[in-house]
Design a protein around this ligand. Sequence first.
Ligand SMILES: [Zn+2]
Length: 127
Amino acid sequence: MSRIHGSDTSLEIEVRKYLYHRGYRYRKNQKTLPGKPDIVLKKYRTVIFINGCFWHHHNNCKYAYIPKTNIDFWNNKFSKNIANDKKHARQLRKMGYHVLTIWECRLKKDFNKEMKRVTKLLKSYIK
Ligand SMILES: [Zn+2]
């Protein structure tokens, strides 16, 4: 859901690199899981979604604007995406996964800070 044509965005690649260099091992785009999470960390029972603010309509975010033409189409599209994201997160939690969402704008603003937040959470999951 976070990518438009199925290819990795550069932010996704950066996030994976960051985790890999710190010893985290993961699988990517696991198609058998709801929503095809961008990153799956089995050891931590955690899935990570790296969400583009526009497509996933990040609440109160400047990147989550609504285009000025075809407003109904976009509103419809965004509410579908939001509903799907919620549904997938619910399904994953039921399966026993922690679900982490990383927003594009947070990575753009302060990549290291956002990634520290993520790794801190990961560590807290295997206590
Ligand atoms: Zn955002």
